[in-house]
Design a protein around this ligand. Structure first.
Ligand code: ACO
Length: 436
């Protein structure tokens, strides 16, 4: 953290002495005002629900320039990573800070794939769930339960444990997501196949059955790998901040990642791809492309409670760069599956066109986010809608664990403990029951 020559001065209209606050510069992006000593100096807190202007940590992993629509992992633009690298190279980059050379890649791939199986007991744990349970409910339980199965990598103060837990989580998430799917279908679980790629193995565990040979389609394999890369990290979003806050108490990595999975489930975050596809299907059912105009009127009417899902972002006030790449992938997959005329894709394109020209969206800088097209791709691949967020969780696991490990290895880290502006009742006495 580099101290800037600039200083912030906070003054008060009631005559209290003003305070100087240090300002730090990042390598790129906005400077930050250091308010850590503010309470000690003034007895006041700052107020920022939703963290609109608050940096919760210092990080070297991911950088977003929301105005430019730029996303960098460890300095590399997402467009270059998505076109030149695969997901495991991206995982190496996020975890260790550098892109692996050929031998480091082979070594990392070997270390991950060695951990793809889950303890056989996990399938009995799974049996406790209803077959129709939402996969994210199952995932929250399964990921949390990993800490009960892998005691030997739960000491967050041990760097080797942290590394093994990271590899285990990256390796086992596809197995768990596929198990949740197979369970809901009443089909036998397929064990991982370590001679397949990360994405290929996931497709095999999802869609193969013991009865016949399953051949991984290379277009779908590449598309899924790209979905994983695009979702791998996104700096201090809600689920990542949840993982950091949960992990800041010293809890084990599996428990902290389970908290992230739970947070991701919400429709304002990872649940948006599911919500977006449901929205497209609903429009399709109630009149399709003809009714797009009517739907958009509802979206613009604040009293309707209708949002254009897959649009808008807290940080991007420009086109989400991941949405562009996802749109490309969407076209490739639909062509490979012979679904060029897919009505939902056409509907999505029509909605996007209207929104990009409509003053409501333009003035609020609302653009498609990554979820706008990812649901269509996943649906074409054959992944059921309620599994979409599980796939997102699988991909985001590396980001969560990289951020968690970064926090724990930071000598300055403390348990996260926000303050509050209390506006409830002042002190009062409890009356006896008969007098209340
Ligand atoms: N449809 C219609 N109006 C919208 C939308 C939308 N999708 N998104 C934002 N707005 C409007 C808001 O009503 C608000 O209008 P106002 O200024 O007249 O009150 C304005 O745009 C600003 O929006 P906020 O809600 O203040 O923006 P915020 O940063 O809090 O929310 C969020 C961002 C949650 C992503 C929001 O845009 C949204 O709900 N989008 C739909 C859900 C979605 O796609 N989420 C995925 C996020 S990306 C991810 O998790 C991978």
């Amino acid at each position: 953290m580099k101290l800037s020559d600039n200083k912030a001065t906070l003054s008060f209209s009631n005559g209290s002495p003003s305070v100087d606050l240090p300002v730090y510069q990042g390598s790129v992006g906005p400077d930050v005002v250091d308010i850590r000593k503010l309470y000690g100096q003034t007895g006041m807190f700052t107020y920022d629900p939703g963290f609109l202007s608050t940096a919760s940590c210092q990080s070297t992993i991911t950088y977003i320039d929301g105005d430019k629509g730029e996303l960098l992992y460890r300095g590399y633009p997402i467009e270059q990573l998505a076109t030149n690298c695969d997901f495991l190279e991206t995982c190496h980059l996020l975890l260790y800070g550098n892109l692996p050379n050929a031998s480091a890649k082979a070594d990392f791939t070997r270390r991950v794939t060695r951990h793809t199986m889950v303890n056989e007991q996990m399938q009995f744990f799974m049996r406790g769930f209803r077959r129709d349970a939402h996969p994210m409910a199952i995932m929250t339980g399964l990921v949390g339960a990993l800490s009960a199965f892998y005691h030997d990598s739960t000491d967050i103060n041990n760097a080797e444990h942290r590394d093994i837990a990271a590899l285990r989580l990256i390796a086992k998430m596809p197995t768990l997501v596929a198990m949740a799917y197979k369970y809901s279908m009443g089909q036998p679980y397929m064990y991982p196949k370590n001679n397949l790629s990360y994405a290929g193995n996931f497709l095999h565990m999802m869609f193969a059955t013991p009865c016949e040979e399953f051949k991984v389609n290379p277009v779908i394999e590449r598309a899924l790998d790209r979905i994983f890369i695009l979702h791998a990290d996104h700096e201090q979003n809600a689920s990542t901040s949840t993982v950091r806050l949960c992990g800041s108490s010293g809890t084990n990595p599996f428990a902290a990642i389970a908290a992230g999975v739970a947070c991701l489930w919400g429709p304002a975050h990872g649940g948006a791809n599911e919500a977006c596809l449901n929205m497209l299907e609903e429009i399709q059912k109630t009149g399709g492309i003809e009714k797009v105009g009517h739907f958009m009127e509802q979206v613009k009417d604040k009293n309707s409670g209708v949002k254009l899902m897959g649009f808008g972002h807290r940080v991007y006030k420009n086109y989400d760069p991941r949405a562009k790449l996802m749109q490309e992938t969407c076209k490739e997959v639909l062509a490979a599956m012979g679904l060029e005329n897919d009505p939902l894709f056409k509907l999505a394109m029509a909605l996007e066109k209207i929104a990009l020209e409509d003053d409501y969206f333009v003035s609020r800088k609302l653009y498609p986010n990554v979820d706008f097209y990812s649901g269509i791709v996943q649906r074409a691949i054959g992944i059921p809608v309620n599994m979409f967020t599980g796939v997102f969780a699988l991909a985001r696991t590396v980001g969560w664990i990289a951020q968690l490990n970064e926090m724990i290895s930071d000598p300055e880290y403390k348990i996260g403990r926000p303050r509050q502006l209390f506006s409830g009742s002042v002190k009062r006495d409890v009356l006896p029951l008969a007098k209340r």
